[in-house]
Design a protein around this ligand. Structure first.
Ligand code: ADP
Length: 425
């Protein structure tokens, strides 16, 4: 069993979890991202942080609370003193939750009197001033988030937004206080807590603000925010010398055959596939046959088995927007997407059975389907192949050592597949 975690994180969606895990890794914390709450006996390498990925952003609030509390219990069990509840940097939520209810429950479990809350991440254009969240240059309620299908955001004042969904009163630590440093923030939090205020939205406009926030947050047991506060917490832990010596090699070679799967039909992925054709065998699935049944996956696996001994291969379902639209109009968008995702998962499972140990997957939903099927409980985050796309080393997987790269939509440069394989040895 590994030593104590310095930081536990509970993310309310999978891509947010990946983003946070990548941010923590870049800031110097060795980080594992898990898929859901892990089993009690999951063997972890010596890491500083674990990010538990949930899918709790838009589910019923009671369920989000239960799952988040389970994750919290697991993280505390592994020694995490501080737990960050990771939300979207645009504060995606409704008056029913789920940010407020989850925060209330985690605060109650922790015994803390007050929780620091900030979705700010100045580097990515998310700033908070006087409690108002800005997305780039416009307030949240004027940003595209006002039309979000699940969580439309019509109020940029997070003190009000959070108060509507929380049982506690909500206060503000403003930028002027923050600019006077950590002790000024501590004093302000003490005043707020003395008034019975259980949550404080904290302004942050510059990167250095996150460092002050991270430093103060570590006095507490729970915080709420996006990858920005994660960065602040990581920097504070590194500065305090609370991280473990860097002995883990997430990038150590695993050998074995390599394969790429593409289910993303984004412009970037189509270009990346075209470039991969110059350097590796590429099989284009017939999407119509994929939707019709299992034969196409079997055909693809037979094709792959003949070639993986000689070098990497790529199997793609991806097609142009016109072809995608035509398939969707024949079968319905969800049915077509689901059938292709499941076929990709069948192929991934077959490839691993055939010995593949290095797997690159293009497509967010496609990656989700593949990871679920392979039953991988978590990943140690390695070096970045491209901005936001790290090499991942499977942790606790039944198939043993494996390296993966999971890329959504438009991520990665034109030679993404070769770039990935160059790092995945
Ligand atoms: P991205 O990250 O680019 O959004 P995703 O994998 O999340 O990629 O989504 C792509 C969706 O399109 C998946 O549901 C996938 O199964 C589906 N898909 C893949 N190929 C085709 C195709 N040829 N026609 C229609 N849908 C497809």
């Amino acid at each position: 069993m590994s030593a104590k975690l310095s930081l536990g994180c509970i993310a309310d969606d999978y891509t947010g979890a990946s983003d946070l895990a990548n941010t923590l890794t870049r800031a110097g914390l060795r980080t594992v991202q898990t898929i859901g709450v892990p089993a009690d006996d999951l063997a972890l390498p010596e890491v500083d942080a674990v990010v538990v990925s949930l899918k709790s952003r838009s589910i019923e609030a009671g369920l989000a609370v239960t799952r988040s509390r389970d994750a919290d219990k697991w993280l505390r069990g592994r020694g995490a003193r501080h737990v960050l509840f990771k939300i979207c940097s645009t504060f995606d939520s409704t008056d029913k939750g789920n940010i407020g209810p989850v925060m209330d429950a985690l605060r109650a479990d922790s015994g803390d009197s007050i929780v620091l809350v900030t979705p700010a991440f100045p580097e990515n254009g998310r700033t908070v001033y006087q409690g108002n969240l800005f997305v780039g240059s416009v307030p949240l309620n004027e940003s595209p988030l006002k039309d979000h299908p699940l969580n439309p955001m019509h109020d940029s004042n997070l003190v009000r937004v959070l108060a509507r969904q929380s049982k506690t009163k909500v206060g503000l630590v403003d930028l002027a206080t923050l600019s006077r440093g950590a002790d000024a923030v501590r004093a302000r939090l003490k005043d707020l807590a003395a008034k019975g205020i259980g949550a404080a939205v904290v302004d942050a406009v510059f990167d250095r603000d996150l460092e002050t926030i991270g430093q103060v947050a570590l006095d507490h047991r729970v915080s709420v925010g996006a990858s920005g506060i994660g960065l602040g917490l990581a920097r504070a832990l590194v500065a305090a010398g609370s991280t473990k010596p860097d002995t883990l090699d997430a990038m150590a070679a695993v050998g074995g055959p390599a394969a790429c799967l593409a289910g993303s039909c984004s412009q970037a992925t189509l270009q990346q596939i075209a470039n991969a054709e110059k350097v590796m065998p590429v099989l284009h699935l017939d999407p119509e046959r994929v939707v019709a049944g299992k034969d196409e996956a079997q055909r693809a696996l037979a094709w792959a088995r003949d070639r993986i001994g000689d070098g990497p291969i790529l199997i793609a379902s991806s097609s142009t927007p016109d072809e995608v639209a035509a398939l969707q109009s024949r079968h319905g968008r969800d049915a077509a997407g689901h059938a292709i995702e499941q076929s990709m998962a069948d192929i991934a499972e077959g490839l691993v059975r055939a010995g593949v140990r290095r797997l690159v997957v293009a497509g967010g939903e496609t990656s989700g389907a593949v990871v679920d099927r392979l039953g991988i409980p978590g990943f140690l985050v390695g070096a970045e192949i491209a901005a936001g796309v790290p090499v991942l080393r499977a942790v606790g997987a039944k198939d043993g050592e494996m390296l993966l790269a999971l890329k959504s939509g438009n991520f990665g440069g034109p030679e993404f597949f070769s770039d990935a394989l160059a790092l995945m040895r």
